[in-house]
Design a protein around this ligand. Structure first.
Ligand code: ADP
Length: 633
């Protein structure tokens, strides 16, 4: 025989195996699998008839003519049905529900039936094939078969392109591969006519790709997993939105709570400061000093909780800027030195003189880190002292590693407790620490801040002898000067009596707050400055007062009933008919949540002062904004 049928027979085996695979191993009851099985049956039968007709035509002398016609017609018909089955399969990939029918489904069905009728009615005619002296010749129906096959392949592709969103990448790739391989198989078969039958073998490879690419449990699982993933993504999105709104509620609650607690502390600490200033009895002043200490502890507790929740919510942000190392050390030293003296401890700062004088980083947070560590050092030390060692290592020309070591001669930490130190709300060695106040948040916040700056914190300790906490952070260098040897200020002999930083009898300021006690505190605190302090209990009252009097500064509380501080400020700025157009408006609020200052400044406030009012901070702010000619120092 002049035909090579090896490839066709191989295709037959592949179709059969794939069918068995789909029936036995991967039968998941899905419509697509059923349609694919139908396609495989059609391809198997068409391939079989291709082989059979090759034989019956080769041995036509021994075969009755009508048998050849019948077999050829059936073969052509099956070829058309196969390509139709492929298009039907693709349609089920994007629309797996059986119930829905499309007009094109009916059109395709009509095409296949019409072709079947054409094959049947052309029985025994040259339209199918004919023999002459030169042998076998195909009729036009044979060519039409390929036309119909091509139509269905293109139809499937167009459908896929139209609905490309309903197809996964993998589905698209498999379908395109099927079409290309099928067309390639036909072309190759035509190029080498009637010698080697490769067409059905190509179809079988295309079918292998489809079965293993799209319908195996793995790919099925993948599809299901992708669908699940999409679903869980939407759910996740919703959960994120819920969490975000809960987070916002938490932040609002914290801001509110902070405000509510700070308001009475402001009154307590403010009034206490007045008692301290005005009392001449040492006993009363000692009581007042205790109230001040307790108030400060309460305040740092609120600050810690606010910071902690901010870090937990991932909303703590760094605000780097250029700063002088000397100023940073001086601020830290001034706070800690006094506390150490009060406790009878020594306090020392040693530094490597070659540290650059100006650096770029978040000095406010570095200060917080140092104060946390130094406060702990003095809290957990009863005799001896605390040392702050500052060093720097050059990383590159404009970057250094700034290393702070806080060393104490205190109670020390047991080896087994070292790893627990940085856990939130974790206090250790409670039998010795019961009397020392604390929340167990300080080190956790410190570590988070250090890590936010890309730095690290280490601790070494000998129980009963003392501890060393070492913080390393990278900082950018600004300028070429060096710090030199830092000298802390001399010791204070007892607490200095209060003296105002300036007096300004000509200056007139307006303070707006809905809580009468707060107004009394401000007035009392500023008494020695001899300024004219006027007060208003609401935004409305403030707006009335600014119509009549020109003020040098206006302090506004934020949360006031009816018209709050923000609205009042906006109205002051919007109204052009008064003489306070250029008066600085300063926010004086108990809302001290992190980022609040930046927000207020962004809205249009000139500056911000948080309650409880620290008299020194307030006086410094006043000195900054009051006209210089009105200040007498
Ligand atoms: P707090 O001091 O508020 O309890 P911290 O997070 O600052 O919380 O510290 C956690 C624990 O680590 C403290 O309870 C204390 O037992 C221990 N600790 C911290 N610093 C020192 C120190 N310098 N010396 C000894 N123990 C310390």
């Amino acid at each position: 025989m002049k035909y090579d049928l090896h490839f066709s027979i191989a295709g037959l085996i592949v179709f059969l195996l794939l069918y068995i695979v789909l029936c036995v191993i991967y039968n998941n009851g899905q419509n697509t699998v059923r349609r694919l099985r139908e396609l495989l049956i059609c391809l198997f039968l068409a391939d079989l008839l291709d082989i059979v007709t090759a034989y019956t035509i080769a041995y036509r002398a021994d075969v009755p003519l009508w048998v050849n016609y019948a077999l050829n017609s059936l073969f052509f018909f099956l070829e058309a049905v196969s390509s139709g089955a492929f298009a039907r399969y693709v349609r089920f990939v994007y629309e797996p529900k059986k119930g829905r029918r499309f007009v094109t489904d009916y059109i395709n069905l009509v095409i296949v039936f019409a072709f079947g009728i054409l094959c049947a009615t052309s029985f025994l005619t040259h339209a199918i094939f004919y023999f002459d002296d030169k042998g076998y010749h195909r009729g036009p129906i044979f060519d039409l078969t390929f036309g119909i096959g091509l139509y269905f392949l293109v139809f499937a592709l167009v459908r896929m392109l139209q609905r490309h969103r309903s197809f996964s990448r993998r589905q698209k790739a498999s379908i395109v591969a099927f079409v290309l391989i099928a067309i390639a198989g036909c072309v190759v078969q035509f190029v080498i006519p009637y010698k080697i039958f490769v067409m059905y073998f190509a179809f079988s490879i295309a079918a292998v790709i489809t079965v293993f690419g799209l319908e195996t449990p793995d790919s099925f699982k993948l599809q299901i997993a992708l669908n699940d993933l999409e679903k869980s993504q939407t759910e996740l999105q919703k959960a994120v939105e819920r969490a975000e709104s809960a987070d916002r509620a938490k932040s609002d609650f914290l801001a509110h709570m902070s405000h509510e607690i700070r308001t009475p502390i402001n009154a307590v600490l403010g009034m206490n400061e007045l008692i301290n200033r005005e009392s001449t009895q040492p006993e009363i002043r000692a009581y007042s000093a205790d109230i001040a200490d307790a108030g400060q502890s309460l305040l740092s507790l609120i600050n810690d909780i606010l910071d902690f929740s901010k870090i937990e919510a991932g909303r703590m942000e760094l605000a780097p800027s250029e700063y002088e190392v000397k100023n940073l050390l001086r601020e830290v030293s001034n706070i800690i030195r006094v506390r150490c003296e009060d406790k009878g401890l020594t306090f020392d700062i040693q530094n490597n003189p070659t540290i650059p004088a100006r650096l770029y980083g978040d000095d406010v947070r570095i200060r917080q880190i140092l104060i946390n560590l130094l406060n702990n050092a003095l809290k957990y030390t009863d005799k001896g002292g605390v040392t702050l060692l500052v060093e720097s290592k050059e990383i590159s020309e404009n970057q250094i590693e700034l290393v702070f070591s806080v060393k104490d001669t205190g109670i020390g930490i047991k080896e087994e407790d070292l790893k627990l130190l940085f856990e939130s709300f974790r206090r250790i060695d409670l039998e010795h620490n019961r009397k020392r106040e604390g929340t167990g948040l300080g080190l956790n916040i410190t570590k988070s801040l250090v890590e936010m700056m890309g730095g690290s914190i280490q601790v070494s300790s000998v129980y009963g002898e003392g501890s060393v906490f070492t913080v390393s952070i990278k900082q950018e260098v600004r300028g070429g000067e060096v710090l030199g040897v830092f000298k802390k200020e001399g010791t204070t002999t007892g607490k200095k009596k209060y003296e105002s930083l300036f007096t300004a009898p000509e200056a007139r300021i307006l303070v707006v707050d809905d809580v009468k006690m707060n107004l009394s505190v401000v007035k009392g605190l500023l008494k020695q400055t001899r300024m004219q302090v006027e007060t208003a209990l609401s935004g409305e009252e403030c707006l009335r007062m600014i119509q009549e009097t020109a003020y040098d500064i206006i302090f506004l509380d934020h949360m006031m009933p009816e018209m709050d501080g923000l609205e009042t400020m906006q109205r002051i700025k919007a109204d052009t008919g008064h003489c306070n157009q250029s008066t600085p408006v300063i926010m004086l609020t108990a809302n001290a949540i992190l980022g609040a200052k930046e927000e207020y400044l962004g809205i249009g406030f000139e500056d911000y002062l948080s309650k409880p009012i620290q008299w020194k901070e307030m006086e410094e702010l006043l000195m900054k904004y009051l006209p210089k000619e009105k200040q007498i120092s």
